[in-house]
Design a protein around this ligand. Sequence first.
Ligand SMILES: Nc1nc2c(ncn2[C@@H]2O[C@H](COP(=O)(O)OP(=O)(O)OP(=O)(O)O)[C@@H](O)[C@H]2O)c(=O)[nH]1
Ligand SMILES: [Mg+2]
Length: 79
Amino acid sequence: MTRVHLITGFLGVGKTTAILNLLEQSPANEKWAVLVNEFGEVGVDGAILEANGAVVREVPGGCLCCVSGLPFQMGLNML
Ligand SMILES: Nc1nc2c(ncn2[C@@H]2O[C@H](COP(=O)(O)OP(=O)(O)OP(=O)(O)O)[C@@H](O)[C@H]2O)c(=O)[nH]1
Ligand SMILES: [Mg+2]
C-alpha cells in the first residue's frame, strides 16, 4: 500500500510550508514523493520541494479531475 496525503487549501494558507515541514521530519527509511497541482506560477513549488529532498512531479494548468486528468495520470505513473 502506498500512503497518500492530500494537502489542500486556499491561496497562501500554508500548504507548501506544511509540506516542507513534513519533509524535514520524514523517516530516513521512507521514500516520499510530491505531486504538485499548481495553478498559476508553474514550477515554483516543484523546485522548492525538490531542493528539500522530495521526488516531485508537477501537474500544472488546472484542476486534476476535469482539465488535467491525463497529465495527472502521467505524473502518477512517472512517480
Ligand atoms: N503565521 C503563520 N504564517 C504561516 C504559517 N504557515 C505558512 N505561513 C506563511 O504564509 C505564507 C504563505 O505560505 P505558503 O506555504 O507559501 O502557502 P501556500 O498555501 O503554499 O500558498 P500558495 O501555493 O500560493 O497557495 C508564507 O509567508 C509563510 O511563511 C503558519 O502556520 N503561521
Ligand atoms: Mg504553495
